[in-house]
Design a protein around this ligand. Structure first.
Ligand SMILES: [Ca+2]
Ligand SMILES: [Ca+2]
Length: 180
């Protein structure tokens, strides 16, 4: 019995030693990766904020924050009325966000990069940009079937999907930022 017990102890010790090494190695890897994670966060935060805002709009008003009956893609560098609707900054009797609720809250950018850019008078916006200066693409389920079909991509069972073209500024290439 004793001999068996002695034989088991070193095996257990080796197991502990290897386990400990794996844990330490993982911790160092995590620390090493941290700067990358931090750099990614603001754009992913904005993308998620757009999605949450569009869904929040729907909950509040029973419709998506755009007009039309077929699914569309809004670009945050061009479709300013869409952004204004999410920000509660629309003006006039035709506004979609009739209660001027602020659904979208994102950080302000600089030089058409890294966030929301206001017009000089502050009454409107010029767009929302990722840190490479590209727009966010927001696909909205306007036909109400609960699905959106991403161009050259999957059919998603959801009402909103957001992405950017990533550092290369072009669709695909493995660097696109997506909320799905
Ligand atoms: Ca749809
Ligand atoms: Ca890309």
């Amino acid at each position: 019995m004793r001999a068996e017990g002695k034989g088991k102890i070193p095996v257990f010790a080796i197991f502990l030693g290897v386990g400990g090494f794996v844990v330490i190695f993982s911790v160092f890897r995590l620390i090493g990766n941290r700067p990358t994670i931090c750099k990614q966060t603001p754009d992913l935060f904005s993308a998620t904020a757009l999605e949450t805002a569009a869904n929040g709009f729907r909950v509040e008003y029973g419709r998506m924050p755009a007009r039309g009956v077929t699914d569309i893609i809004c670009r945050t560098d061009q479709d300013i009325p869409f952004l204004l609707a999410l920000l509660g900054m629309e003006d006039g009797p035709d506004r979609l966000n009739t209660g001027s609720v602020k659904f979208l809250s994102v950080k302000e950018g600089k030089g058409k990069k890294g966030g929301l850019i206001y017009t000089e008078d502050g009454k409107s916006v010029a767009g929302l940009f990722d840190r490479w200066g590209g727009p966010f693409f927001v696909m909205l389920d306007l036909d109400g079937d609960g699905k959106v079909e991403i161009p050259n991509g999957p059919v998603l069972q959801r009402r909103t999907a957001v992405w950017t073209n990533g550092p290369d500024g072009k669709p695909g290439g493995g660097d696109d930022l997506k909320t799905w």
